[in-house]
Design a protein around this ligand. Structure first.
Ligand SMILES: [Zn+2]
Length: 57
């Protein structure tokens, strides 16, 4: 619970880590993780982001 407006599509989360910003690559909420060096999108969130998402649930 952040108090901020939730994105649309409740109940349909494509990746578990997307509900929080990534502490590793600084991807914003709802955006896939990227490789900072070249900006490529990753298929899965960084482990630290998944942990951060799990910690707030
Ligand atoms: Zn990331």
């Amino acid at each position: 619970m952040t108090g901020a407006a939730r994105p649309t599509g409740l109940g349909r989360v494509p990746q578990p880590g997307l509900t929080v910003p990534c502490p590793h690559c600084r991807a914003t909420v709802g955006n896939a993780c990227t490789i900072p060096a070249n900006g490529r999108r990753l298929a899965a969130p960084h482990p630290s982001r998944v942990d951060a998402a799990a910690a707030i649930q």
